[in-house]
Design a protein around this ligand. Structure first.
Ligand code: GLY
Ligand code: MN
Ligand code: MN
Length: 532
Protein backbone atom coordinates (compact mmCIF):
# COMPACT_ATOMS: atom_id res chain seq x y z
CA UNK A 1 0.00 0.00 0.00
CA UNK A 2 2.75 2.43 1.01
CA UNK A 3 4.64 1.57 -2.14
CA UNK A 4 1.61 2.34 -4.30
CA UNK A 5 1.12 5.63 -2.48
CA UNK A 6 4.79 6.49 -2.86
CA UNK A 7 4.86 5.84 -6.59
CA UNK A 8 1.62 7.84 -6.94
CA UNK A 9 3.27 10.76 -5.13
CA UNK A 10 6.41 10.46 -7.26
CA UNK A 11 4.36 10.48 -10.45
CA UNK A 12 2.58 13.64 -9.24
CA UNK A 13 5.96 15.25 -8.63
CA UNK A 14 7.20 14.35 -12.08
CA UNK A 15 3.94 15.56 -13.62
CA UNK A 16 4.29 18.79 -11.64
CA UNK A 17 7.90 19.31 -12.70
CA UNK A 18 8.05 22.30 -15.02
CA UNK A 19 9.75 21.29 -18.24
CA UNK A 20 12.60 23.42 -19.55
CA UNK A 21 13.40 23.98 -23.22
CA UNK A 22 16.31 25.42 -25.13
CA UNK A 23 19.07 24.69 -22.66
CA UNK A 24 22.73 24.86 -23.71
CA UNK A 25 23.96 21.54 -25.08
CA UNK A 26 27.64 21.79 -24.19
CA UNK A 27 27.58 20.95 -20.48
CA UNK A 28 30.24 18.62 -19.13
CA UNK A 29 29.01 15.03 -19.46
CA UNK A 30 28.23 12.63 -16.64
CA UNK A 31 31.09 10.49 -17.99
CA UNK A 32 33.47 13.41 -17.44
CA UNK A 33 32.40 13.81 -13.81
CA UNK A 34 32.53 10.03 -13.21
CA UNK A 35 36.06 10.05 -14.65
CA UNK A 36 37.11 12.82 -12.25
CA UNK A 37 35.72 10.83 -9.28
CA UNK A 38 37.70 7.81 -10.41
CA UNK A 39 40.85 9.94 -10.73
CA UNK A 40 40.21 11.28 -7.21
CA UNK A 41 39.71 7.72 -5.91
CA UNK A 42 42.99 6.62 -7.46
CA UNK A 43 44.83 9.24 -5.40
CA UNK A 44 43.13 8.36 -2.11
CA UNK A 45 45.03 6.32 0.49
CA UNK A 46 44.01 2.68 0.95
CA UNK A 47 40.77 2.21 2.91
CA UNK A 48 40.02 5.93 3.12
CA UNK A 49 36.84 7.91 2.57
CA UNK A 50 36.34 11.45 1.22
CA UNK A 51 33.40 13.71 2.07
CA UNK A 52 32.53 16.75 -0.06
CA UNK A 53 29.80 19.21 0.97
CA UNK A 54 27.95 21.75 -1.16
CA UNK A 55 28.57 25.47 -0.54
CA UNK A 56 26.07 27.42 1.58
CA UNK A 57 23.52 29.79 0.10
CA UNK A 58 24.40 33.39 0.98
CA UNK A 59 22.01 36.13 2.07
CA UNK A 60 21.59 39.10 -0.30
CA UNK A 61 18.84 40.84 1.63
CA UNK A 62 16.07 39.80 4.00
CA UNK A 63 14.60 36.66 2.41
CA UNK A 64 16.57 36.97 -0.85
CA UNK A 65 19.77 35.01 -1.49
CA UNK A 66 22.59 35.73 -3.93
CA UNK A 67 22.36 33.67 -7.10
CA UNK A 68 23.80 30.38 -5.97
CA UNK A 69 27.40 29.47 -6.76
CA UNK A 70 28.16 25.76 -6.39
CA UNK A 71 31.24 24.42 -4.65
CA UNK A 72 33.60 24.01 -7.65
CA UNK A 73 34.99 20.75 -6.21
CA UNK A 74 31.53 19.21 -5.89
CA UNK A 75 30.64 20.41 -9.40
CA UNK A 76 33.92 18.98 -10.77
CA UNK A 77 33.27 15.60 -9.17
CA UNK A 78 29.54 15.34 -9.86
CA UNK A 79 28.05 18.09 -12.06
CA UNK A 80 25.66 18.94 -9.20
CA UNK A 81 24.95 22.68 -8.98
CA UNK A 82 22.53 22.94 -6.04
CA UNK A 83 22.97 23.59 -2.30
CA UNK A 84 22.31 21.19 0.61
CA UNK A 85 24.09 18.15 -0.79
CA UNK A 86 26.85 15.75 0.14
CA UNK A 87 29.08 13.44 -1.90
CA UNK A 88 30.97 10.54 -0.32
CA UNK A 89 33.74 8.77 -2.23
CA UNK A 90 35.21 5.52 -0.90
CA UNK A 91 38.59 4.23 -1.93
CA UNK A 92 37.36 0.64 -1.79
CA UNK A 93 34.04 -1.01 -2.54
CA UNK A 94 31.73 -1.03 0.49
CA UNK A 95 29.33 -3.84 1.33
CA UNK A 96 26.30 -2.66 3.30
CA UNK A 97 23.69 -5.42 3.60
CA UNK A 98 22.71 -6.18 0.02
CA UNK A 99 24.17 -2.93 -1.23
CA UNK A 100 27.60 -2.61 -2.77
CA UNK A 101 28.98 0.81 -3.72
CA UNK A 102 32.05 3.01 -3.82
CA UNK A 103 30.24 6.35 -3.77
CA UNK A 104 27.10 7.83 -2.26
CA UNK A 105 25.23 11.03 -3.12
CA UNK A 106 22.84 12.84 -0.81
CA UNK A 107 20.85 15.36 -2.87
CA UNK A 108 18.59 18.26 -1.97
CA UNK A 109 15.07 17.00 -1.65
CA UNK A 110 12.47 17.90 -4.28
CA UNK A 111 9.64 20.17 -3.18
CA UNK A 112 6.91 21.08 -5.69
CA UNK A 113 5.93 24.28 -3.88
CA UNK A 114 9.50 25.54 -3.40
CA UNK A 115 10.35 24.64 -6.97
CA UNK A 116 7.62 26.92 -8.24
CA UNK A 117 9.05 29.74 -6.12
CA UNK A 118 12.80 29.31 -6.40
CA UNK A 119 13.50 26.95 -9.27
CA UNK A 120 13.81 23.36 -10.38
CA UNK A 121 15.63 20.73 -8.33
CA UNK A 122 17.22 17.52 -9.57
CA UNK A 123 16.30 15.53 -6.48
CA UNK A 124 17.60 12.01 -5.94
CA UNK A 125 15.98 10.71 -9.12
CA UNK A 126 17.52 13.47 -11.24
CA UNK A 127 20.97 12.82 -9.78
CA UNK A 128 20.56 9.16 -10.69
CA UNK A 129 19.30 9.81 -14.21
CA UNK A 130 21.15 12.94 -15.26
CA UNK A 131 24.39 12.68 -13.30
CA UNK A 132 24.73 8.91 -13.44
CA UNK A 133 25.09 8.06 -9.73
CA UNK A 134 23.75 4.69 -8.62
CA UNK A 135 23.36 5.12 -4.86
CA UNK A 136 21.48 8.37 -4.34
CA UNK A 137 19.51 9.50 -1.30
CA UNK A 138 18.07 12.77 -0.13
CA UNK A 139 20.04 14.90 2.35
CA UNK A 140 17.55 14.26 5.16
CA UNK A 141 18.41 10.53 4.92
CA UNK A 142 22.07 11.05 5.79
CA UNK A 143 21.64 11.26 9.57
CA UNK A 144 20.17 7.77 9.80
CA UNK A 145 22.29 6.26 7.03
CA UNK A 146 24.31 3.34 8.30
CA UNK A 147 27.93 4.37 7.85
CA UNK A 148 30.75 3.98 10.37
CA UNK A 149 33.33 6.61 9.47
CA UNK A 150 35.61 5.56 12.31
CA UNK A 151 36.54 2.31 10.57
CA UNK A 152 38.42 4.06 7.75
CA UNK A 153 42.19 4.59 7.74
CA UNK A 154 41.62 8.27 6.87
CA UNK A 155 38.68 10.62 6.47
CA UNK A 156 39.45 13.31 3.91
CA UNK A 157 37.42 16.52 3.81
CA UNK A 158 37.88 20.25 3.25
CA UNK A 159 37.38 22.99 5.86
CA UNK A 160 33.72 23.33 6.74
CA UNK A 161 32.26 26.62 5.46
CA UNK A 162 32.11 29.09 8.36
CA UNK A 163 28.79 30.53 7.12
CA UNK A 164 26.80 27.32 6.72
CA UNK A 165 23.73 28.92 8.32
CA UNK A 166 21.26 26.90 10.35
CA UNK A 167 19.58 24.85 7.64
CA UNK A 168 20.14 21.55 5.87
CA UNK A 169 23.83 22.08 5.16
CA UNK A 170 24.65 22.68 8.83
CA UNK A 171 22.61 19.59 9.75
CA UNK A 172 24.63 17.57 7.26
CA UNK A 173 27.90 18.90 8.70
CA UNK A 174 26.75 18.18 12.27
CA UNK A 175 25.64 14.65 11.39
CA UNK A 176 28.96 13.99 9.70
CA UNK A 177 30.93 15.40 12.66
CA UNK A 178 28.98 13.15 15.04
CA UNK A 179 29.31 10.05 12.89
CA UNK A 180 33.03 10.63 12.30
CA UNK A 181 33.64 11.74 15.93
CA UNK A 182 35.29 14.95 14.76
CA UNK A 183 36.15 16.98 17.81
CA UNK A 184 37.78 20.01 16.19
CA UNK A 185 37.33 21.89 12.95
CA UNK A 186 40.12 22.17 10.41
CA UNK A 187 41.77 25.57 10.69
CA UNK A 188 41.85 27.21 7.27
CA UNK A 189 44.46 29.82 8.25
CA UNK A 190 46.87 27.13 9.40
CA UNK A 191 46.34 24.56 6.66
CA UNK A 192 46.58 27.10 3.83
CA UNK A 193 49.89 28.36 5.18
CA UNK A 194 51.14 24.79 5.55
CA UNK A 195 50.30 24.14 1.89
CA UNK A 196 52.12 27.27 0.73
CA UNK A 197 55.17 26.40 2.84
CA UNK A 198 55.26 22.89 1.42
CA UNK A 199 55.37 24.40 -2.05
CA UNK A 200 58.31 26.62 -1.17
CA UNK A 201 61.15 24.78 -2.86
CA UNK A 202 63.79 27.07 -1.36
CA UNK A 203 64.18 29.75 1.23
CA UNK A 204 64.31 32.46 -1.48
CA UNK A 205 60.95 34.08 -0.69
CA UNK A 206 60.84 32.87 2.88
CA UNK A 207 61.14 36.20 4.65
CA UNK A 208 58.24 37.61 2.61
CA UNK A 209 56.09 34.58 3.46
CA UNK A 210 57.02 34.79 7.15
CA UNK A 211 56.08 38.50 7.14
CA UNK A 212 52.70 37.63 5.63
CA UNK A 213 52.10 34.93 8.27
CA UNK A 214 53.06 37.41 10.99
CA UNK A 215 50.74 40.10 9.68
CA UNK A 216 47.96 37.51 9.30
CA UNK A 217 48.43 36.51 12.94
CA UNK A 218 48.45 40.13 14.06
CA UNK A 219 45.16 40.83 12.29
CA UNK A 220 43.12 37.85 13.41
CA UNK A 221 41.14 36.78 16.44
CA UNK A 222 42.01 33.18 15.58
CA UNK A 223 44.00 32.07 18.67
CA UNK A 224 44.71 28.60 17.29
CA UNK A 225 46.39 30.15 14.24
CA UNK A 226 48.36 32.65 16.36
CA UNK A 227 49.66 29.85 18.59
CA UNK A 228 50.32 27.20 15.97
CA UNK A 229 53.65 25.65 17.06
CA UNK A 230 54.85 24.80 13.54
CA UNK A 231 54.28 28.28 12.11
CA UNK A 232 55.81 29.88 15.20
CA UNK A 233 58.88 27.68 14.88
CA UNK A 234 59.43 29.14 11.41
CA UNK A 235 58.82 32.69 12.59
CA UNK A 236 61.52 32.28 15.29
CA UNK A 237 64.02 30.82 12.82
CA UNK A 238 63.16 31.86 9.27
CA UNK A 239 65.86 29.88 7.45
CA UNK A 240 66.04 26.96 5.03
CA UNK A 241 66.94 24.41 7.75
CA UNK A 242 63.78 25.23 9.72
CA UNK A 243 61.77 25.20 6.49
CA UNK A 244 62.93 21.63 5.70
CA UNK A 245 62.26 20.54 9.28
CA UNK A 246 58.74 21.90 9.38
CA UNK A 247 57.98 20.59 5.88
CA UNK A 248 58.77 17.11 7.19
CA UNK A 249 56.51 17.64 10.20
CA UNK A 250 53.63 18.94 8.09
CA UNK A 251 53.88 15.96 5.73
CA UNK A 252 54.03 13.51 8.63
CA UNK A 253 51.14 15.02 10.58
CA UNK A 254 48.82 15.44 7.57
CA UNK A 255 45.26 16.62 8.19
CA UNK A 256 41.93 15.97 6.50
CA UNK A 257 41.84 19.31 4.66
CA UNK A 258 45.51 19.12 3.79
CA UNK A 259 45.14 15.62 2.29
CA UNK A 260 41.92 16.64 0.56
CA UNK A 261 43.39 19.75 -1.07
CA UNK A 262 46.52 17.91 -2.13
CA UNK A 263 44.35 15.52 -4.12
CA UNK A 264 41.97 18.20 -5.47
CA UNK A 265 44.87 20.50 -6.38
CA UNK A 266 46.73 17.73 -8.20
CA UNK A 267 43.63 16.98 -10.28
CA UNK A 268 42.40 20.49 -10.95
CA UNK A 269 45.79 22.00 -11.84
CA UNK A 270 45.89 19.90 -15.04
CA UNK A 271 43.04 20.77 -17.39
CA UNK A 272 41.39 17.90 -19.26
CA UNK A 273 40.34 18.24 -22.94
CA UNK A 274 36.67 18.60 -21.89
CA UNK A 275 37.53 21.44 -19.51
CA UNK A 276 39.67 23.13 -22.12
CA UNK A 277 36.74 23.31 -24.53
CA UNK A 278 34.85 25.38 -21.93
CA UNK A 279 37.87 27.41 -20.85
CA UNK A 280 38.74 28.32 -24.42
CA UNK A 281 35.16 29.44 -24.95
CA UNK A 282 35.06 31.48 -21.73
CA UNK A 283 38.37 33.16 -22.52
CA UNK A 284 37.62 33.81 -26.20
CA UNK A 285 34.23 35.37 -25.53
CA UNK A 286 35.73 37.50 -22.75
CA UNK A 287 38.48 38.66 -25.11
CA UNK A 288 35.81 39.68 -27.62
CA UNK A 289 34.01 41.57 -24.83
CA UNK A 290 37.22 43.51 -24.11
CA UNK A 291 37.51 44.40 -27.78
CA UNK A 292 33.87 45.54 -27.93
CA UNK A 293 34.34 47.72 -24.85
CA UNK A 294 37.44 49.28 -26.41
CA UNK A 295 35.37 50.15 -29.50
CA UNK A 296 32.54 51.60 -27.41
CA UNK A 297 34.41 53.55 -24.70
CA UNK A 298 34.14 57.35 -24.66
CA UNK A 299 35.19 59.80 -21.91
CA UNK A 300 31.51 60.50 -21.15
CA UNK A 301 30.74 56.90 -20.23
CA UNK A 302 30.52 55.72 -16.64
CA UNK A 303 32.49 52.83 -15.18
CA UNK A 304 29.21 51.06 -14.60
CA UNK A 305 28.10 51.47 -18.21
CA UNK A 306 31.36 49.92 -19.41
CA UNK A 307 30.81 47.08 -16.94
CA UNK A 308 27.34 46.63 -18.43
CA UNK A 309 28.78 46.17 -21.92
CA UNK A 310 30.95 43.34 -20.60
CA UNK A 311 27.90 41.73 -18.99
CA UNK A 312 25.93 42.07 -22.21
CA UNK A 313 28.57 40.54 -24.47
CA UNK A 314 29.15 37.68 -22.02
CA UNK A 315 25.46 36.89 -21.94
CA UNK A 316 25.13 37.19 -25.71
CA UNK A 317 27.58 34.28 -25.88
CA UNK A 318 25.73 32.32 -23.19
CA UNK A 319 28.04 32.97 -20.22
CA UNK A 320 25.67 33.37 -17.30
CA UNK A 321 28.07 35.13 -14.99
CA UNK A 322 31.54 36.52 -14.36
CA UNK A 323 34.26 34.50 -12.63
CA UNK A 324 34.83 37.38 -10.15
CA UNK A 325 33.37 40.83 -9.63
CA UNK A 326 34.38 42.99 -12.64
CA UNK A 327 37.04 45.63 -12.01
CA UNK A 328 36.55 48.74 -14.17
CA UNK A 329 38.53 51.61 -12.69
CA UNK A 330 39.37 54.98 -14.26
CA UNK A 331 42.43 56.99 -13.16
CA UNK A 332 43.16 56.58 -9.45
CA UNK A 333 40.55 53.79 -9.18
CA UNK A 334 42.88 51.63 -11.28
CA UNK A 335 45.39 51.73 -8.40
CA UNK A 336 42.98 49.71 -6.22
CA UNK A 337 43.77 46.11 -7.12
CA UNK A 338 40.33 44.67 -6.51
CA UNK A 339 38.28 47.82 -7.12
CA UNK A 340 34.68 46.71 -7.60
CA UNK A 341 32.53 49.79 -6.94
CA UNK A 342 32.76 50.74 -10.64
CA UNK A 343 30.67 53.80 -9.86
CA UNK A 344 32.51 56.83 -11.33
CA UNK A 345 29.89 58.68 -13.37
CA UNK A 346 32.33 59.28 -16.23
CA UNK A 347 35.75 57.87 -17.06
CA UNK A 348 36.86 61.22 -18.53
CA UNK A 349 40.15 61.43 -20.38
CA UNK A 350 41.63 58.91 -17.97
CA UNK A 351 43.33 55.57 -18.30
CA UNK A 352 40.76 52.84 -17.60
CA UNK A 353 41.93 49.54 -16.10
CA UNK A 354 39.45 46.76 -16.90
CA UNK A 355 39.92 43.33 -15.30
CA UNK A 356 36.89 41.34 -16.40
CA UNK A 357 36.34 37.68 -17.30
CA UNK A 358 33.24 35.60 -17.85
CA UNK A 359 32.31 32.33 -16.21
CA UNK A 360 31.13 29.77 -18.75
CA UNK A 361 29.61 26.56 -17.32
CA UNK A 362 31.68 27.20 -14.21
CA UNK A 363 34.98 28.02 -15.95
CA UNK A 364 36.46 31.47 -15.49
CA UNK A 365 38.43 33.72 -17.78
CA UNK A 366 40.66 36.42 -16.23
CA UNK A 367 41.70 39.21 -18.58
CA UNK A 368 42.91 42.76 -17.97
CA UNK A 369 43.32 45.52 -20.49
CA UNK A 370 44.18 49.15 -19.76
CA UNK A 371 43.11 51.82 -22.25
CA UNK A 372 42.99 55.63 -22.52
CA UNK A 373 39.28 56.51 -22.75
CA UNK A 374 39.95 59.33 -25.25
CA UNK A 375 41.79 57.03 -27.66
CA UNK A 376 45.42 58.13 -27.23
CA UNK A 377 47.98 57.31 -24.53
CA UNK A 378 49.87 60.32 -23.13
CA UNK A 379 53.68 60.12 -23.14
CA UNK A 380 53.73 59.03 -19.46
CA UNK A 381 50.91 56.53 -19.84
CA UNK A 382 52.68 55.14 -22.88
CA UNK A 383 55.98 54.73 -21.02
CA UNK A 384 54.33 52.75 -18.22
CA UNK A 385 52.19 50.70 -20.63
CA UNK A 386 55.23 49.74 -22.69
CA UNK A 387 57.15 48.74 -19.57
CA UNK A 388 54.33 46.48 -18.35
CA UNK A 389 54.02 45.07 -21.87
CA UNK A 390 57.75 44.36 -21.95
CA UNK A 391 57.58 42.57 -18.59
CA UNK A 392 54.74 40.41 -19.91
CA UNK A 393 56.68 39.59 -23.10
CA UNK A 394 59.78 38.65 -21.07
CA UNK A 395 57.71 36.34 -18.88
CA UNK A 396 56.06 34.78 -21.95
CA UNK A 397 59.56 33.73 -23.10
CA UNK A 398 60.05 31.45 -20.08
CA UNK A 399 56.49 30.07 -19.84
CA UNK A 400 56.71 26.35 -20.65
CA UNK A 401 56.67 22.96 -18.99
CA UNK A 402 59.45 22.67 -16.42
CA UNK A 403 59.66 26.35 -15.41
CA UNK A 404 59.30 26.97 -11.68
CA UNK A 405 56.15 29.00 -11.05
CA UNK A 406 57.99 31.46 -8.80
CA UNK A 407 60.54 32.23 -11.56
CA UNK A 408 57.78 34.07 -13.45
CA UNK A 409 57.60 36.56 -10.63
CA UNK A 410 61.36 36.85 -10.29
CA UNK A 411 61.54 37.76 -14.00
CA UNK A 412 58.66 40.27 -13.74
CA UNK A 413 60.13 42.00 -10.72
CA UNK A 414 63.49 42.30 -12.40
CA UNK A 415 62.15 43.79 -15.68
CA UNK A 416 59.80 46.22 -13.91
CA UNK A 417 62.50 47.32 -11.44
CA UNK A 418 64.97 48.03 -14.24
CA UNK A 419 62.33 49.95 -16.22
CA UNK A 420 61.19 52.07 -13.27
CA UNK A 421 64.83 52.85 -12.53
CA UNK A 422 65.41 54.01 -16.10
CA UNK A 423 62.27 56.19 -16.01
CA UNK A 424 63.54 57.78 -12.77
CA UNK A 425 60.46 56.65 -10.84
CA UNK A 426 62.60 54.69 -8.36
CA UNK A 427 66.18 55.22 -7.28
CA UNK A 428 66.86 51.70 -6.05
CA UNK A 429 65.65 48.47 -7.69
CA UNK A 430 64.31 47.16 -4.40
CA UNK A 431 61.75 49.99 -4.36
CA UNK A 432 59.90 48.26 -7.20
CA UNK A 433 57.72 46.71 -4.49
CA UNK A 434 56.12 50.12 -3.96
CA UNK A 435 54.60 50.07 -7.46
CA UNK A 436 54.39 46.37 -8.30
CA UNK A 437 52.41 44.96 -5.42
CA UNK A 438 51.08 41.53 -6.42
CA UNK A 439 52.29 38.29 -7.96
CA UNK A 440 52.43 37.90 -11.74
CA UNK A 441 50.52 34.67 -12.04
CA UNK A 442 47.98 32.24 -10.67
CA UNK A 443 46.24 29.14 -11.94
CA UNK A 444 42.86 29.60 -13.60
CA UNK A 445 39.90 27.25 -13.96
CA UNK A 446 36.73 26.63 -11.98
CA UNK A 447 38.09 29.18 -9.49
CA UNK A 448 39.60 32.38 -10.83
CA UNK A 449 42.47 31.67 -8.42
CA UNK A 450 42.47 27.96 -9.06
CA UNK A 451 43.70 25.10 -6.91
CA UNK A 452 47.15 23.67 -7.57
CA UNK A 453 49.92 21.81 -5.76
CA UNK A 454 52.90 21.53 -8.11
CA UNK A 455 55.37 24.43 -7.97
CA UNK A 456 56.61 23.52 -11.46
CA UNK A 457 54.66 24.30 -14.65
CA UNK A 458 53.27 21.26 -16.49
CA UNK A 459 51.58 20.78 -19.87
CA UNK A 460 47.85 21.65 -19.76
CA UNK A 461 48.09 23.86 -16.73
CA UNK A 462 46.35 27.19 -17.36
CA UNK A 463 47.84 30.30 -15.77
CA UNK A 464 47.54 34.06 -15.98
CA UNK A 465 50.46 36.38 -16.70
CA UNK A 466 49.57 39.78 -15.30
CA UNK A 467 52.31 42.30 -14.59
CA UNK A 468 51.13 45.69 -13.36
CA UNK A 469 52.38 49.09 -12.20
CA UNK A 470 50.28 51.27 -9.89
CA UNK A 471 51.39 54.82 -9.00
CA UNK A 472 48.87 56.38 -6.58
CA UNK A 473 48.74 60.14 -6.07
CA UNK A 474 51.34 61.27 -3.50
CA UNK A 475 53.90 58.61 -4.49
CA UNK A 476 57.54 59.74 -4.07
CA UNK A 477 58.14 60.44 -7.77
CA UNK A 478 57.48 63.23 -10.27
CA UNK A 479 53.72 64.04 -10.02
CA UNK A 480 53.44 63.56 -13.79
CA UNK A 481 53.33 59.80 -13.06
CA UNK A 482 50.59 60.01 -10.42
CA UNK A 483 47.35 58.08 -10.87
CA UNK A 484 48.74 55.96 -13.67
CA UNK A 485 47.77 52.32 -13.20
CA UNK A 486 48.43 49.70 -15.86
CA UNK A 487 47.87 45.96 -15.72
CA UNK A 488 47.90 43.65 -18.74
CA UNK A 489 46.64 40.14 -18.06
CA UNK A 490 46.47 37.16 -20.39
CA UNK A 491 45.52 33.50 -19.96
CA UNK A 492 48.17 31.01 -21.05
CA UNK A 493 47.86 27.29 -21.62
CA UNK A 494 51.14 25.57 -20.83
CA UNK A 495 52.72 23.48 -23.57
CA UNK A 496 55.80 21.25 -23.46
CA UNK A 497 57.93 23.86 -25.23
CA UNK A 498 55.99 27.03 -24.64
CA UNK A 499 52.41 28.17 -24.31
CA UNK A 500 49.26 29.11 -26.15
CA UNK A 501 47.78 32.53 -25.37
CA UNK A 502 44.03 31.88 -25.15
CA UNK A 503 43.15 35.58 -24.70
CA UNK A 504 44.83 36.63 -27.94
CA UNK A 505 41.58 38.12 -29.34
CA UNK A 506 41.76 41.01 -26.84
CA UNK A 507 44.00 43.72 -28.39
CA UNK A 508 47.18 44.04 -26.33
CA UNK A 509 49.92 45.75 -28.35
CA UNK A 510 49.73 49.51 -27.78
CA UNK A 511 49.19 50.29 -31.47
CA UNK A 512 46.43 47.68 -31.71
CA UNK A 513 44.74 49.09 -28.62
CA UNK A 514 44.75 52.60 -30.11
CA UNK A 515 43.50 51.29 -33.47
CA UNK A 516 40.63 49.46 -31.73
CA UNK A 517 39.74 52.54 -29.68
CA UNK A 518 39.40 54.44 -32.98
CA UNK A 519 36.76 52.00 -34.23
CA UNK A 520 33.06 52.69 -33.84
CA UNK A 521 30.56 50.64 -31.86
CA UNK A 522 26.83 50.32 -32.49
CA UNK A 523 26.42 51.04 -28.80
CA UNK A 524 27.48 54.65 -29.40
CA UNK A 525 24.25 55.14 -31.36
CA UNK A 526 21.99 53.68 -28.69
CA UNK A 527 20.10 56.75 -27.49
CA UNK A 528 17.84 56.30 -24.47
CA UNK A 529 15.29 58.89 -23.28
CA UNK A 530 16.34 61.27 -20.49
CA UNK A 531 14.88 60.37 -17.08
CA UNK A 532 12.33 62.84 -15.71
N1 GLY B 1 40.90 39.29 -11.44
C1 GLY B 1 41.64 38.91 -10.32
C2 GLY B 1 43.02 38.62 -10.66
O1 GLY B 1 43.51 39.07 -11.68
O2 GLY B 1 43.70 37.89 -10.00
MN1 MN C 1 44.40 37.24 -12.38
MN1 MN D 1 42.32 39.63 -13.30
Amino acid sequence: MYKILLSYCLSIISICAIAQDNLPTDFLTKEFHAGRREAFRQKMPENSVAVIFSFPERVFSNDVTYSYHPNPDLYYLSGYKEPDALLIIFKNKQQNGDLSYNELFFARKRDALMEQWTGRRLGAEGVRKELGFEQVYTSDQFRSFDIDFTKFSKIIYDYFPDDAGKGTLQTLINSFSEKAKISRQENKNIIQNYSILLNSTSASNLQGRVNRIKSGMANTGDAEFKNDPILNELISNPNSETLSLIQEKIRKNGSPAFDYNNIMGALREIKTPEELVLLRKSIELSSIAHKEVMKAVTPAMSESELTGIFHYVHKRYGAMDEGYPPIVGAGSNGCILHYIENNATKVDNKLVLMDVGSEYHGYSADITRTVPANGKFTAEQKAIYQLVYKAQEEVFKIVKEGTAFRDLNVKTTDVLAQGLLELGIIKDKKDVSRYYIHGVSHHLGLDVHDKFVDPILKENMLITVEPGIYIPKGSPCDPKWWDIAVRIEDDLLIRKNGYENLSIAAPRKLEEVEATLAQKSVLNNLALPKLK
